[in-house]
Structure formats: C-alpha cells, structure tokens
Design a binder for this molecule. Sequence first.
Ligand code: SAJ
Length: 454
Amino acid sequence: MTRSPVSAKDIPNLLRKGKLKIAVIGLGRIGLPTAAVFAKAGAHVIGLDLKKEVVQKTNAGECWLTDELGLADLVRDVVRSGNLKATLVAEEAISRADFSVICVPTPVNETKTPDYSAVQKASRSLGRFLRKGSVVIVESTVGPGVVENMIGPILEEESGLKVGKDFGLASCPERSDPGNIMQNMRTIPRIVGAVGAPWTDVTVSLYEASLGVKAIREGDPKTANAAKLTENLFRDVNIALANEFALLFEELGIDTIEVINACASKYNFMPHYPGIGVGGPCLPANSYYLISEGIRAGNIPYLIRLAREINDRMPEHAVELVEEALNEVGKTVRGSKIVMMGVAYKPNIKDVQLTPVEKVITRLKDMGGRLEIYDPMYKGETVLGIKARPTLEAAAKGADCLVIGTAHDEFKHLDLDELSRLASSRAGFVDARNVVSPDAVSKAGFAYRGVGRR
Ligand code: SAJ
C-alpha cells in the first residue's frame, strides 16, 4: 500500500503517533545525533551507514562518538524504544521513508577541489528507492547550487521522478558545533530552502516539531547553502585577521590577546583568537566550495582565499616559535625532545581531522626533533602516528620544549613549577593556543613563546 505524502500540518500529530518514517544517510558526527533526536521526537528512524561497526554499535544501543555530551544516553534510549535502528541496506532505510536526510562528509581533495563523491553516492542509492511524495533533505555542507544542479538531477535520473513535482528536495545545512552538538541541536535555528514552497513548509515543520527550534525559510536550497558557508567563512576570515594581527604585533612587542580582549568590550567587535592554525572538517574546506562556485561563475573571491593562505601558514609560524624558544635555551630542534600538548583540532573533542598540529609535528620531525604527544582525549592511544603518553607528567620528563597545540580545559590548570621540575633543566614552552599566562610560564623558568605574544 503506497504512503500518501505528509503535509506540514500533519507532522506534529504523526510524530506523536509514531507514524513518521525518516531515513538518515551517514551516522557520523552530524548524522547520528540527528537520527537520535528525530527518534526521540517520535519518528521511526532508520540510519544508513557504510561502516559495519557503526551499524552494529548503534543497533546494540552503543554510541561510537565519545565526546558529545548526552548523545550516548539518547542513542541507548531510542534504540531500546525501537525508534532508531541502523542498517547497511539502502532499500531498508529509504523505501518507506517520508523524509531522507543526507549527512555524509564533503571534504576537499589535495587540489582543494570539493569532493562530493559521498554525496553523489548517497544520492544514487537514495534515488533508486525514493518514494513518490517523500522529501530529500541535504544537511551536508555543499556549495550554493550543488543541491539544485548536482543532487537533484541524480535523484531524478535514478528514480524517474521529478524534483518539486513528485518529491521534495530541500537544503537544511547542519549548524552544530562539534563537541556541543546535543545542546546546539535544540537551540540554534535552522535554515531551510527547498525547490518549491510546499516542500519548504513540510521541511520547516519537521525541524520545528522535532528539534523545537525556529526554522528560517529561504526561497531555494542555494540560498540556504550560501548562508551556511557565509557563517563559516566569516569565522575563517576573522580568524585569519586575528592571526595577521598576531604576526604583526609580535614584531611590535604588543600582546595580541590583551588587544583582542580590550576590543571585545565594544558591542560590535566579535573576538577571534590567533593560534597554531585552523583545523577540522569544516573551516579549512568550506572556503573552497564557494571558491569553486566562484570560479565557475567567473568571480574568484580573493579575501576568502587569502584568509585560507594566512591560516594555513600558522603551523609554520608555530615551528619558528619552537626554534626560537629552544635557541633561547641554547638548543636546536635536532635531537630535542618536544612534547605536543594537545593534537585535537579544537578543545575538548576527540577529532584530529585536518588538525594544524599535524603539520607542526611533521615539520619538527623532519628537522630532527623527537616528538611526544600528550592529549587528554587520546591518553595512551596512537594518534598522528605517535603513541600518546598516558599522563602529562610522563610526557614532560626530560622535555626540551613543551608546546600547547590544543586549548583543552585540562591545560588551563597546569602546575607549571612541577612541569618545569620534570622537564630538562632549561626548556622552552610554546603556547600556540594562548591558554596560559606568559608571566607564569617565564616565572616557572621556561623560555616562553606565544602566538601574537612575546
Ligand atoms: N579557531 C581559532 N581561533 C578562533 C576560533 C577557532 O584559531 O578564534 C580554530 C579552532 O581551534 C579550530 C578551527 O578554528 O581549529 C575551527 O574551530 P570552530 O570552533 O569553528 O569549530 P568547528 O570547525 O568544529 O565548527 C564550525 C562551527 N562554525 C561556526 O561557528 C561558524 C560550527 O558551528 C559548524 O557547525 C561547523 O563548523 C560545521 O560543521 O560547519
């Protein structure tokens, strides 16, 4: 028996009665929380993933993500209630779904070209089992126009159905901050743009009813995608500006952090901070989605590209600071024991995707340095090819230079005197995330360097 298309006004009731069926494609850092929250709202959710262990773990009520507060409990509960299950079989997830939500990764390749292969693959298998009257929602971050011009045609080709007429196609880019996803999902408004207003209505109704957040309507998917990229590139460009100030103020003997904190007292100044660089699956990649669409349209965005170059140069600057600190204590990188404190791309998460710290480690190794790692998220585990130490104390023993690569909360309460006692008699301390006070580090006897601080 075919299922009739759901209308916007039906959704709250269908959720209450447990009658809404949702497929979530990709159970990664965005897809799994999304599936679990929809299931919690009362939908019957089937998650589709390529990874057998992710499917098995999820069906066992376990959560492969360990650093998202509240997620593990939610996954356990909604799997136990029967509202969430996972599968490797596309047909099982999609064929009866009212909504199919694409949450697969969109990285860039080594030539900085967007790699939409996962989205294309998901669209192909989705198209094969797509049900008339259902809605496809793209949460993956893509360039403006990719939903209309790449995903739509694939779905039509595979399904034989027409976008906007036989099925809905909407963009609702994820906006959650990795590490705070469960909180964000219930607080940050969503941006929805679909091919055709009725499909916008039904998608808005789904997010408002399931997540309890406001959904902002845009006239089409490309506007929603442009908004997503704009907010991420706004951040990347402002971080680049902070990094540029840091490089300049170092030369002028001015403390960049003091400057930024002073400016933050003004209503229209949004503080961004300099550091070792910009990592993660989002900011280092997102610019290139817009740059590639710009090139296609004959308009190359310079500032956005320049910002990428500035941020991509920061790891090399951190290497220079390590050299300076070692030189100040009469040492060189070659043969020195250098301890990287934090390798994750940002604080308090277990993720090293495109982490700028990796470039620093590789460079220092090439210069003959002996690299050790301590990261509270990777205690005793091998990460970036190095077996991390189980404790900071074990790592710091006999160190010639300590380097803060990630501003984990644990590093805000360091016993600098103890570290200085453990490290070699004269050692450097490079704070590439400006976590600790320069004076306190110098008082503990280290040769201090910070990004944008002297
Ligand atoms: N960073 C700085 N200085 C700053 C802020 C961040 O150097 O002042 C660095 C971080 O250390 C990190 C990188 O930038 O290496 C990215 O940090 P992030 O806090 O932007 O983290 P992401 O990439 O995990 O999340 C971003 C968020 N986007 C915005 O805040 C505009 C998140 O809300 C998005 O959902 C996410 O991208 C995404 O998935 O697009």
